[in-house]
Ligand binder design. Structure first.
Ligand code: ZN
Length: 295
């Protein structure tokens, strides 16, 4: 049963070798090693042989690279392809949602986790070229896990934006909502970015009250999922509603409804349609739904 497994984008498959990140000499040696592998990205998409197979390029000195880590046979780096990059034969850039969807439909693969880390770090570098403290240009250090500003002697670290995603239950019913941008008929767990100074439980209660007008009591953590669009951590919880009166007074949701376990089980079995469908397996929302159905 896959709901007992990790979500897609989890289970990083390499030893991240933190001890090598500060060792410039060792990193340079790995970059010149013919067995080292480079994963290329362009506009957030990864270079692939097929949707399930990464195209590994040769590491060259000209690439500004992220050091991802090692397995028994290879060291792995990630870099952005140059503007004039010529696609090798039998390769294509594929977006990570498509790759993750294919992997999750087959069960589980840790391949998307390797790609997610590369994309998240490259996205961070692309958006943080200048020091947030003094505005001077910063440089990548420690294999891409730090940007350093020499002007004000400040280190900046990759940012991760935590999002709480919550299945709210009331007795044998669960609350799902739909945003205006969802595909037709799609309903999912409510979610929102955590605010500074909040606990996960507080963020869950605040979001549900803001979006659906429902007060939530106990909140229990279920599982989490890295989400590389661009760099979130989805924190999956189940919260118990203290009442079932829905009150939508904002523009984040266009609808929210209570669904029974029988209704959810039926739509998962049928696959759903434009009148009602639930998230696919690549989303943590589906894992939380399955967890709730199974208990
Ligand atoms: Zn600075």
């Amino acid at each position: 049963m896959y709901f007992e497994n990790s979500c897609i984008f989890a289970e990083f498959p390499l030893d991240p070798c933190d001890y090598l990140r500060g060792d410039e000499k060792a990193l340079e040696e790995l970059k010149s090693n013919v067995d080292s592998r480079l994963i290329l990205f362009s506009k957030g998409e990864a270079l692939m042989k097929s949707v399930g197979e990464i195209y590994y390029s040769t590491v060259t000195a000209s690439n500004e690279m992220i050091f991802l880590g090692k397995d028994k046979s290879h060291a792995y780096f990630a870099a952005t392809a140059g503007e004039n990059y010529v696609l090798p034969e039998k390769s294509e850039f594929i977006d990570l949602r498509t790759i993750a969807r294919a992997a999750s439909n087959d069960g589980f693969s840790s391949g998307p986790s390797l790609l997610a880390r590369g994309k998240m770090l490259l996205d961070w570098h692309a958006r943080h070229k200048f020091c947030a403290n003094c505005g001077a240009e910063s440089v990548s250090q420690k294999g891409g896990y730090v940007r350093y500003c020499a002007k004000c002697d400040t280190e900046h670290f990759p940012r991760i934006d935590p999002v709480v995603i919550m299945m709210i239950t009331h007795g044998e019913k669960c609350l799902l909502g739909r945003s205006p941008h969802f595909r037709a008929g799609a309903y999912s767990a409510l979610a929102g970015f955590m605010e500074p100074g909040e606990t996960i439980e507080e963020a869950c209660r605040r979001e549900v009250l803001e979006e659906a007008g429902i007060t939530v009591g106990e909140v229990k953590y279920i599982k989490s999922q890295p989400w590389p669009f661009p760099s979130s951590l989805m924190i999956g919880v189940i919260g118990e509603a203290l009442s079932d009166q829905i009150n939508i007074e904002n523009d984040e949701l266009e609808d929210a409804q209570w669904f029974t376990k029988a209704e959810i089980a039926a739509v998962i079995k049928s696959g759903g349609d434009e009148n009602f469908c639930v998230p696919e397996k690549l989303a943590i929302a589906r894992h939380i739904l399955d967890h709730w159905l199974s208990r």
